[in-house]
Every structure is written in structure tokens, then in C-alpha cells.
Design a protein around this ligand. Structure first.
Ligand SMILES: *Cc1c(COP(=O)(O)O)cnc(C)c1O
Length: 497
């Protein structure tokens, strides 16, 4: 059955490949599948499959205009030896929960799960639609998307990639990873502003008609590698299904038994993928939405009001320092009864007054979710306690989810449902904060970033990942910095418009 994609803000319709190529609908809306397909393999069948096989079974249901051969090629090219484990997304049991390690790809954060396949999906989509223009990927990053997208698109023929990141809003390792990126088709720019400024600027460029025309004349078209692209969302559904299948294969659960999924959330992409997995028929009880001190989502789930009018807090989980969670728009559309007018009105209020409130009827449809947040000291305390109890070291983002899971257990009394916590980054990527959490002495500025990496390796008894080794001595290739309102000029210069 063919699945079409509808804009959340109008009646615009696209095939899967068109939606992947465009990224965002012309009206500024996000593409959503017109219905969520049901899994057509049993959980038992899925439990005998490899990651790549599960990926095919899930993705074929959404990307219905891809042929079997096209999709299997994309999957084979993405989930290969770039990952440092054959199972791609292993589960680690520690402290009474299962950590789904989504950081075994090239840039050691969960963004690799989708961004290692997105370039292949995009090139295939371009061919299918006889697109004659080069694709320019324009991306705002809170740290991890940028590097994962750069790694995916570097030197891919027919593409260029431009990444904007908040100059003072990413970890030292994250920044070093990005500014050392090779590939003549890549550009990395720090902006004076926070992630929301970068994301808003990128959205503006996407809807700039003059720029679009100038680019078309030179043979370019924009697309997006941000999680607003359904080509990122769909591959993220896979690992929830795979995690369930693994738990079943290992006899940890019975077929049909419900599990919880706890997800450290920023742009609401990862947890939305879990929600889609649930709607495909995966037995999920609660979707535990974990925020850091930028707790706009927690407030939304508690009150029904989304309000971004507040101070932006820089935390030690920078990839979650977000006040405008773009993918929430897809959930809003859904609970508004797939109504584009209602969704557009709310999103207009968000960009105008910075807030909106949903109706009580809509709020009732949020029962699948439990929202809470963890303060800095709670996340740090969790890293330390888990390490001391089990020897297992988690990163600062994962720690937010783990701390929130503890709150969930305490407040609901649900202590028995097996819970999978999405572990979204390797602790090596945030070595400074992680080591400081374990022992405050590492907070001292005398410790260099790579010294801390080596200390962490000893402490956790885990080898330093290749992704970190390779930037130890890499030279900086990108030094550009711009103001919030200077982003358009940067793009025009790079493309020689
Ligand atoms: C991007 C990111 C998140 C947030 O994921 P969303 O899909 O934006 O909610 C959490 N943790 C890490 C390490 C990330 O890179």
C-alpha cells in the first residue's frame, strides 16, 4: 500500500522520495505519513533478524516508492563497518534498565543512526525524481547532527553541506569534530547565538524565495538533514523495533509484553520515532520524555501550554538545549486530528507570541507520554551513582533520561515494566562533564580534553573510540564565524551566487 506524505500546514502532498528531497514543505510545514503502517512481520519473526533486515522490514512500509533493491542498497551502504559493532545498536543492562546504545557509528552519537543512511536515501530520491540540481544540505546543529551530517555527506557527488552551530553552545570535542571536517563540499560556521537562533535562521533561508531563485539559476536546491526530514525520522523507528526484537530473542520479555522507552529529548525527533513505532504495533507502554533544565516539553505535557518565552539555559547536555522542539509539530498535527489549519494556527502563535495552548480534547490524546526533567546535579548524580554501583558509564544526555526514569518509577509506581533507555551519545564525547560528575577533581581546568578522555578510558575500562582518536591531531579546517543575521551571506559566498 502506498504511503503519501502530507504537510502539517496545508494540503500539500508528496511521495516519500519527494518528501526526503524537499526536507520541509513549501508552506513551512513538516511532512507526515498520511497513516502509520502496521508491522507486517510478527515480533517472533523480527526477533530472528539482523539490524539490517529489521531496517528493511520497517522502512519498506514508509518509503513505499523505493524499490526493494534501492532500499536494500541504501541500508547495506549505511549500516556496515562504519559501526564498531555488528549488531549496530546493542543493549546493555545496568542498574535495573536496558541502555540502547545508539552511539556505535562514525561520530559516536545517535544521529549516526539516521545520518549514515540519509545521504543514500537522498541520492536515490534525486535519481527517482530526475532532479537535475545539486543538493545543498543546510543544517543547524546543537552539536551532534552537524558532525554526523558532515560525515555522511562529505565528498558525496552532487551534494554540498553547510552546517551552522552555536559558537559557545557545544562541547569542546563536538566543536573539534566539526571544525576538522574534511571534504571540499563541506562548510562549518559558528554563529553568535544559541541553537534556536541557528535553527530559526536555517528555516528562514529555506523559505527565502529570492535565495531559492538565485540558487536554481546556478543549479542548486536546498534540502535538510535536520530531524524535520522524514528521511531521518523513519530510520530512527528501526532501533526501537530492533531493541524489542532483541529483548524477545534473549528471553527478557514475552512476545506482546509491553516495555517503556525513556528518551533524552531535544527536538522531539527520537521520541517521535518511538511513538511511531508504538503506532505500528510495537508493544510500548509509556514514552518517557526526558528534558534537561530547558524543560519546555515537561511544562507542555503538564499544562498543555507550550511557551518558549523563558531563558535559554546552557547545560552539560547541549544537544538537548532547545526551546523550540521542531518535531513536536508532527504530534500536534496528529492530536489535532490531522488538521493542517489548526496546526498552522498554533505554529503561527509560536513564531509570533512564542507560545500556544492546546485544547483539553487534544491534551487527552497525550496519554502515551510521561514528561519530566532532570536538573544538572540530578544528571551528574546519576552518572556517579550508576558508575559506582555497576561500573557502567553513561553520557550526560543519557543521564538525563536515566534520572527522569527514576522519577517516573517513583511517581507512578511502575517498577516492573522493562524499560529501555535510549543512550544517545558515547560518554567520550562529553568526557569533561562525565569525569567531573564521577569526581569533582576533574572539573579543574588543568585537565586537558584528551587527558580526560584517557582517564575515562581507564575508569570505564573501554577503549577510546576511533572517532575521538582521529581528532586528537587533526588540523582545523573551518574557522568562519557569523552573526545571526549574517547566515544568508555565508551561504551566498560559499555557493558563489
Ligand atoms: C540530538 C540529541 C538528542 C536529542 O534528540 P532529539 O531527537 O532532538 O530529541 C539527545 N541526545 C543526544 C546526544 C543528541 O545528539
Amino acid at each position: 500500500m502506498e504511503i503519501l506524505y502530507r504537510s502539517t500546514r496545508s494540503n500539500a502532498v508528496a511521495s516519500a522520495s519527494q518528501a526526503i528531497l524537499k526536507g520541509l514543505s513549501e508552506d513551512g510545514g513538516l511532512f507526515v505519513p498520511e497513516k502509520i503502517p502496521a508491522l507486517d512481520k510478527t515480533l517472533q519473526e523480527l526477533s530472528t533478524m539482523t539490524y539490517q533486515e529489521v531496517a528493511y522490514e520497517v522502512m519498506k512500509l514508509f518509503l513505499t516508492d523505493f524499490t526493494e533493491e534501492e532500499l536494500k542498497n541504501c541500508i547495506a551502504n549505511a549500516y556496515d563497518s562504519k559501526f564498531d559493532t555488528e549488531v549496530i545498536a546493542p543493549l546493555a543492562e545496568a542498574g535495573g534498565a536496558y541502555y540502547l546504545e545508539l552511539f556505535h557509528g562514525k561520530t559516536i552519537a545517535f544521529k549516526d543512526m539516521a545520518l549514515s543512511i540519509l545521504p543514500h536515501l537522498m541520492i536515490t530520491s534525486a535519481k527517482k525524481n530526475h532532479a537535475d540540481k545539486d543538493i545543498v544540505i543546510l543544517t543547524a546543529t546543537s552539536g551532534d547532527t552537524g558532525k554526523a551530517a558532515l560525515a555522511g555527506f562529505a565528498d558525496v557527488p552532487g551534494t554540498k553541506i553547510i552546517v551552522f552551530y552555536p559558537k559557545n553552545g557545544v562541547s569542546p570535542i563536538q566543536e573539534k569534530q566539526m571544525v576538522t571536517q574534511k571534504g571540499d563540499n563541506t562548510l562549518v560556521v559558528g554563529i553568535h547565538g544559541n541553537f534556536d537562533d541557528a535553527q530559526t535562521g536555517v528555516k528562514k533561508l529555506f523559505s527565502d524565495k529570492d535565495l531559492e531563485k538565485e540558487m536554481a539559476d546556478k543549479g542548486y536546491q536546498f534540502s535538510s538533514a535536520n530531524s524535520i526530514n522524514i528521511g531521518r525520522l523513519v530510520p530512527q523507528i528501526v532501533y526501537y523495533v530492533y531493541a524489542y526484537a532483541q529483548l524477545l530473542a534473549e528471553g527478557k520479555i514475552a512476545a506482546g509484553e509491553k516495555i517503556n522507552a525513556a528518551v533524552p529529548t531535544g527536538n522531539f525527533g527520537n521520541i517521535l520515532a518511538a511513538f511511531y513505532a508504538k503506532n505500528m504495533g510495537l508493544p510500548i507502554n509509556k514514552l518517557i520524555c526526558a528534558s534537561n533544565e530547558n524543560k519546555v516539553l515537561y511544562d507542555f505535557f503538564s499544562t498543555g501550554e507550550y511557551d518558549r518565552n523563558r531563558d535559554f539555559v546552557l547545560t552539560s547536555s547541549p544537544s538537548m538545549d532547545i526551546l523550540i522542539s521542531s518535531n513536536l509539530e508532527r504530534l500536534i498535527y496528529r492530536i489535532a486530528g490531522d488538521n493542517p489549519e489548526k496546526t498552522e494556527a498554533l505554529m503561527k502563535a509560536l513564531s509570533g507570541e512564542g507560545k500556544y495552548e492546546i485544547t483539553s480534547e487534544m491534551k487527552e490524546k497525550l496519554d502515551d507520554f510521561y514528561g519530566n526533567f532532570a536538573k544538572e546535579e540530578e544528571a551528574f548524580g546519576k552518572i556517579k551513582a550508576l558508575y559506582e554501583d555497576t561500573g557502567y558509564v553513561i553520557d550526560t544526555h543519557t543521564a538525563v533520561a536515566s534520572a527522569v526514569y527514576d522519577k517516573y518509577k517513583a511517581s507512578t509506581g511502575d517498577k516492573d515494566t522493562l524499560t529501555v533507555i535510549a543512550s544517545t551519545a558515547s560518554p567520550f564525547k562529553f568526557a569533561r562533564s562525565v569525569m567531573q560528575a564521577v569526581d569533582p577533581k576533574y572539573g579543574d581546568a588543568v585537565w586537558g580534553d584528551f587527558e580526560l578522555v584517557d582517564e575515562l578510558s581507564k575508569l570505564a575500562n573501554v577503549e577510546v573510540p576511533e572517532a575521538v582518536e582521529e581528532i586528537r591531531s587533526a588540523s582545523v579546517r573551518h574557522t568562519a564565524i557569523c552573526e545571526k543575521d549574517g547566515m544568508k551571506d555565508v551561504v551566498r559566498d560559499f555557493l558563489k551566487l
